[in-house]
Every structure is written in structure tokens, then in C-alpha cells.
Design a protein around this ligand. Structure first.
Ligand code: FES
Length: 56
């Protein structure tokens, strides 16, 4: 499912980024641009990030 439509980033992309070492929204933004355009996805992206980190 898409989390960030502007950058076409899915929840799987976020889980993959976390498995590669991303641990913050800043890292996600640098890696795949999540939240770097309109910003509407930030809340959901944070939820998915938290979920991904808790399953590490
Ligand atoms: Fe993520 Fe617009 S939906 S920056």
C-alpha cells in the first residue's frame, strides 16, 4: 500500500529501508523522499516506521 503518493513509496519500501538501517523520518526522507513534497504522508509514514522498528 502506498504511504507517500508524491514519491511512490509503499509500506514495504519503508520496512525495507528500516531493515537496511533507517531509524528515523530524517533517514527515510534521505533514502526515498518520504514526506519531502506535500507532507501529507508524514503521520502515516511515522506509524509505519514505528511498526517496522518494533518488528526489527
Ligand atoms: Fe508524501 Fe506528498 S504524499 S510528500
Amino acid at each position: 500500500m502506498y504511504v507517500c503518493l508524491c514519491k511512490a513509496v509503499t509500506d514495504k519500501d519503508i520496512h525495507r529501508a528500516v531493515s537496511q538501517g533507517a531509524c528515523s523520518m530524517r533517514c527515510l526522507r534521505q533514502l526515498n523522499g518520504v514526506g519531502s513534497q506535500c507532507g501529507r504522508c508524514v503521520g502515516h509514514a511515522k506509524e509505519v516506521l514505528g511498526e517496522a522498528l518494533s518488528t526489527q
